[in-house]
Design a protein around this ligand. Sequence first.
Ligand code: DGJ
Length: 709
Amino acid sequence: MDTPQPAPVSFDAEGGEALLRTPNSVYALRIGTDGSPRHGYWGTPLDLAEILESRSSAENSFEGSDPTPDELAIETGSRFGVAGLRVRFADGVRGAQWRFAGAEVEGGVLRLRMVDRVYPLALELVYRVRPDSDVIERWVEVSHTGGADEPAIVVERCDSGAWTLPKRSDYRLSHLVGGWAAETQVQRDRLAVAETVLTSRRGLTSHQANPWLALDAGDATEDSGEVWSAALAWSGSWRIAVNRDPGGQVTFSGGFGHEALSFRLTPGERMRTPVFAGLYSPDGFGGASRAWHEYIRTHVLPHPEEDRPVLYNSWEATGFDVDEAGQLELARLAAQSGVELFVLDDGWFGARRDDRAGLGDWTPRAEAFPRGLRPLADEVHRLGMRFGLWVEPEMVNPDSDLYRAHPEWVVHAPTRKATELRNQQMLNVGRPDVAEWMHATLDRLVRENAVDFLKWDANRMVTEAAWPGHPDPDRLWIDHVRNVYEIIDRLRADHPGLRIEGCCGGGGRVDLGMLARVDQVWTSDNTDATDRIGIQAGFGQVYPAAAMVAWVTDSPNPLTSREVPLRFRFHVAMAGALGIGGKLTEWSEKELAEAAELVAEYKEIRPLVQRGIAYRLQGPDAMSGVHYAAPDDSEHVILVWRPTIRFGHWPPPTRLMGLREDATYQEASSGATYSGRLLRERGLELGLPAGDYASRLIRLRRVDGVESR
Ligand code: DGJ
């Protein structure tokens, strides 16, 4: 008989203690004497009794009687740090003061209910765990419980939760920074004894900072050590404030919106914040990434079981210069190369000859597509591919029929000069009329043109934000994102076969909120294979390879002018959801044949790349790679890249920590067999060719009877 497992979530009403269990972690909290939930513990599994015993009390007249960090800090009591909830009542009083009103446990969800002692404000702090993941999802539901004649409550900040780490003598912060064409660069520094803010004030997730962070005591490596990390499921402005005090206490509080935004909570209204997911991993940065990948594949992405198709995208080949004949020529060559999805990018609509006009007018440009898009879509289908279309529905060029008809639809402050970025303005999708128009337009496009796939782009951020005539104009920052989510959800529900790629001038809107409703994201407008190695490694810290679109484009690369051999470009792009974005009409017969061969090889390894377990590889002299292991250990693929050779060094064998010690593996190309122990301890000779841009794709198969294990 199976021994009964402890419940994943429990709440002891008498002691006010709550405990959440995941396979490899425990999270504990308790209701403080002032009615506020206080942090207990987050880390390796311990018994509740042990956790309670280890609680320290450090009462003094400056910190008050309970200096334990809050699960969501308020502004009353002896609290002087980052407040996750900041409210202002009509009489000018600031800050909530809680009375604990009970807890509910249902399935893997814990809800803690608090009500303000005086004002009509209630808050639920919600936690969710799942049996197969160490990720804990947290969010907050804040409500105005007063009658219709009560004044609104101004909410200046409502984070989804605060996370506290065990005290350690040091802490290190890892996060993702970048810019356009340079997204998701890993930054790893000692955490300052101060408040450190990671944020986007751009109205979109941003290229500059991604809403993910990891903290370790300075001792974690790729393969070992404790790592605490968190990711926010929100695609607008956001803020995560990390506080480290001189006593070794580290807490971070995060949620939607940037500082200085506020909204008015009206009587009867309930606002739910986005999920802020936290993960404790005992297995180093690599282990944390694998746990995120698994969580996202299992619980976030809409169709995790599906293979992402090999796609072709016209952008780098033709720019705005698209027409039916030219696209058909590319489509034929793409089909011959084994492409499964042909995507017509920007330039097909309205008066769109360049980026100065046409955005918003989503009808085919007559001179380029005199018969409309349908004949191209039909031919793409006849060639055996799916048909995809680029749209940028949240944006408008002032030189467009849409803008001329509805200048009031854009995000604008009438008294301010409207900044144009890429000659465009942003539509206020928070407006119901704009949202309705957008849904109807996209729905029509998909229906009329047999569109199987939308590439949903967004190429500017919010400036001069205002919502003239709206009683609560900062709602823009929330309502725009929520309506975009709702429109995508509605389109998907109405068109179950439709697949969507999220894009924002490359990777400017990559987050768990987007990934819950798109199948994949465009990683970066930088398609230079050498630069991509770093961008992809950063992306993979949290997001899985199945969602990471990677194209092979031309050499010299249009952005960097770097010349890179075709095989190297493929080997880098094959680490994600492979696509081709080059001018195939100018590729030689030899290049096309090599491309077709590599696409065929990708299709063989695709289940490993897109659904396998990823181990990052790092070697000397800028050699790096990734190892994807089948979950049942039957097959493995290793992609390694060394852009530059240094001093004629021969790379040392690479240790493959994703193999099992007691198993035997055979390398496909040489037929050689090795023990897992050897490949883990001594490593595999990579056999990289000499010279720059050396890369290899190595396949291993387990040969000692995987089924019997
Ligand atoms: C930005 C995207 O990232 C590119 O791939 C391309 O779609 C252009 N926009 C088109 O304007």
